[in-house]
Design a protein around this ligand. Structure first.
Ligand SMILES: NC(=O)c1ccc[n+]([C@@H]2O[C@H](COP(=O)([O-])OP(=O)(O)OC[C@H]3O[C@@H](n4cnc5c(N)ncnc54)[C@H](OP(=O)(O)O)[C@@H]3O)[C@@H](O)[C@H]2O)c1
Length: 261
């Protein structure tokens, strides 16, 4: 077991990719704090699934975009148990064509995705520096940290910002033995894209054709990358990104030769 006896906080761990991360970390012996903001039932369900792996777990409600709630969460958690790994996974998207982007949608995504990651990242770093035992910070970004999707410009800007947040943190925190990396996830069918899949029927099949590995990602795929970045296997990796996106970014259109329309 790669993470036996460690403790991880996973923001947005209650469902979707965050839940997958919690379960994969738990399979490696990691104890988990499952953060959520709106759905205690799903958080409790994830906690019991995590406990089935033979580790300890509990849920903690806090809005990552609210600094005082984040500070209180770190205070309460670290009074109870240590933390070795912090996964900043909570995120939202609001689809709007660029010409129709509202200030409200801009603020909503910036506040939760980018400022929320800063809040979590800085509190994690302060704690790890105080504790003097190093630590692992992982942010769930997206392949949109490199290339945008139509009608998801603001979301892509937040993910690109998180990539630079991770690099800046990695540079300044290396001397404290703190590794900071991102997982650039590809398409995974979760609640975040339910609306998109309703708007574009057949999206799963259409996208699967142009993804070189011909399928959407799973929450387990993302969780396994998180295990690597959380474990000592990645001790020499910092300021970096693991792309877990089925190769979607290397398809520059040339697959037209081998895939029927
Ligand atoms: N699914 C994809 O295709 C995809 C692709 C690339 C990257 N990602 C990234 O992966 C991460 C997880 O996405 P997902 O697909 O798993 O989404 P999801 O199924 O919609 O889950 C979102 C999670 O974030 C939590 N959350 C939302 N706002 C929060 C806030 N202000 N404070 C604390 N927690 C908050 C939710 O908690 P509640 O349950 O309490 O509401 C939930 O646990 C996001 O950062 C997303 O951008 C997803």
């Amino acid at each position: 077991m790669k993470l036996k006896g460690k403790w991880a906080l996973v923001t947005g761990g209650s469902r979707g990719i965050g839940r997958g991360v919690c379960l994969e970390l738990a399979k490696e012996g990691c104890n988990i704090v499952v953060n959520f903001v709106s759905d205690p039932k799903k958080a409790k369900k994830t906690v019991s699934e995590v406990k089935e792996q033979g580790v300890d777990a509990y849920e903690y409600k806090a809005d990552v975009s609210d600094r005082s709630q984040v500070n209180e969460m770190f205070k309460q958690i670290t009074e109870k148990n240590k933390l070795d790994i912090v996964v900043g996974n909570a995120g939202v998207v609001k689809m709007q064509p660029f010409l129709e982007v509202t200030k409200q949608a801009w603020d909503f995504q910036m506040k939760i995705n980018l400022e929320g990651s800063f809040n979590i990242g800085q509190e994690a770093a302060k704690y790890f520096v105080r504790r003097k035992k190093g630590g692992k910070v992982i942010f769930m970004t997206s392949f949109n940290q490199e290339v945008p999707n139509g009608s998801q410009g603001v979301y892509s800007i937040t993910k690109s910002g998180i990539k630079m947040l991770a690099k800046s943190m990695a540079l300044e925190l290396a001397e404290h033995n703190i590794n900071v990396n991102t997982i650039a996830a590809g398409a995974v069918a979760t609640d975040i894209n339910v609306e998109q899949r309703k708007m574009f029927p057949g999206l799963i099949e259409r996208l699967s054709k142009i993804i070189p590995l011909h399928r959407w990602g799973t929450v387990e795929d993302m969780g396994k990358a998180a295990v690597y970045l959380a474990s000592s296997d990645s001790d020499y990796v910092t300021g970096s990104t693991i792309f877990v996106e089925g190769g979607i970014m290397i398809n520059n259109g040339m697959m037209i030769n081998i895939v029927e329309d």
